[in-house]
Design a protein around this ligand. Structure first.
Ligand code: FAD
Length: 374
């Protein structure tokens, strides 16, 4: 491991950290990415990869703005990654079907404001025509045909491979234990008594971000929120769209696998799957699509989302430590918000015109906590 001073050290190699490394290197900077484990093996690996918030109209404009920006750019990023590495992140325009329409008015207002095609399905027949395997009894729905997904383990693998093809320094299994500062400036990061020096440091440590005292001092409230998922092995094409009903969703992968997610559990950094969640997710899946009863469940896993009070990420420079940046707290939406939030942070670091207004993501922005964060 070379100890030469870097322009930027990025701590945390999930989707956020890997994209930051990619963008900064491509802008000509000398960068190093450090992770306590393997790159892309935490929430980024575990997630569903829906490139949309689940009920997008329930979020503030600051979330919709990042989502829209990312959605317009994921197809191109995935194509570039495929060409560079031969690993396909499987961006698919699978559409998102809400098997309920209680929030139709709010959804329509949101869709109009942000320019989405939102279709109202108002009969059992229309629902069945849209998704033939849907359980009987869903008589109304909302459909967003242009929304899509990426396949988490694949985008992580593809990004990791693309970074290995670049002359960037990658340090895996290096748990950073602290930050080094001098007179109000960041000068590096520490692992035990080993120090890595840099002019700037980005903290993109997902659910672990709140553990840094410098983040606590700025009231960066990022907490781990566990999510469990199960996987069915199905034939290709059985389920056509991402389907959401009663807070549970099914995601059809290109090869026929179908994911069902996900639980929301606040139990610290404990990362264990439970039989109760398996049962709960399985019943929810059968309730949406009865044909799943005939398919084997081949996997059950969990990940720690970087929860934040209202789901609006922290994307900012530390006001008291020059050169220290944070990009964390994307909660349930780190994939769909991630591309835009990395671009915003990179714009800040490079002194470019920001791709979106940075104000709502500042460390001192007012955040109204949702029930589970109070
Ligand atoms: C079950 C589930 C379903 C989800 N579904 C979706 C979805 O459909 N759509 C969507 O947009 N989002 C979804 N998400 C959320 C999304 O996956 C996350 O918001 C996103 O992956 C966060 O990325 P990240 O890079 O911030 O964090 P992570 O991927 O967790 O990466 C953080 C990295 O920091 C490293 N790290 C931490 N501390 C240190 C340290 N001290 N030193 C060095 N390294 C450190 C960790 O090892 C880790 O690799 C889901 C999440 C889960 C769990």
């Amino acid at each position: 491991m070379k100890d030469a001073r870097k322009d930027v050290i990025i701590v945390g190699g999930g989707l956020l950290g890997m994209l930051t490394t990619r963008f900064l290197h491509d802008a000509g900077l000398n960068v190093m990415l450090i992770d306590k484990g393997e790159l892309g093996s935490e929430s980024t690996w575990a997630g569903g990869g829906i490139v949309s918030p689940l009920y997008p109209w329930r979020y503030p404009a600051s979330v919709s703005r990042l989502a829209r920006y990312s959605q317009q750019r994921y197809p191109q990023l995935c194509q570039q990654l495929l060409e560079e590495t031969g690993i396909d992140p499987q961006w698919i325009r699978s559409g998102l079907l809400f098997a309920e329409d209680d929030e139709r008015a709010a959804a329509q207002t949101w869709a109009q404001e942000w320019g989405y095609d939102l279709q109202h399905l108002s009969s059992v027949q229309a629902m069945h025509d849209c998704e033939p395997q849907l359980a009987e009894g869903f008589g109304n729905g909302l459909f967003l045909p242009e929304l899509g997904q990426v396949r988490n383990p694949r985008i992580a693998h593809s990004l990791r491979t693309s970074l290995r093809l670049r002359p960037v320094t990658l340090a895996e299994h290096f748990p950073i234990s602290g930050l080094e500062t001098d007179n109000g400036h960041i000068i590096g990061v520490r692992m035990g008594d080993q120090v890595f020096c840099a002019d700037k440091v980005v903290i993109s440590t997902g659910a672990w971000t709140g553990l840094f005292p410098e983040m606590q001092a700025m009231n960066v409230d990022v907490r781990p929120v566990l999510g469990q998922m199960i996987l069915f092995r199905g034939p290709r094409g059985l389920l056509k769209h991402i389907v959401l009903a009663n807070g549970r969703y099914l995601i059809p992968r290109q090869d026929g696998r179908i994911l069902c997610g996900s639980t929301l559990e606040m139990r610290g950094f404990d990362k264990h799957t439970t039989d109760e969640a398996l049962e709960d997710l399985r019943e929810a899946a059968y309730g949406i699509m009865p044909a799943l009863r005939d398919l084997p469940i081949t996997n059950h896993w969990c990940g720690l989302r970087p929860g934040s009070p209202d789901g609006v990420p922290y994307i900012d420079e530390h006001p008291e430590i020059a050169g220290l940046y944070v990009n964390a707290g994307h909660y349930r939406n780190g994939v769909v918000l991630g591309l835009a939030s990395v671009q915003l942070l990179v714009d800040r670091i490079l002194g470019n015109e920001p791709c979106v207004d940075p104000t709502p993501y500042r460390l001192d922005a007012l955040r109204t906590p949702t029930a589970e964060f109070r």
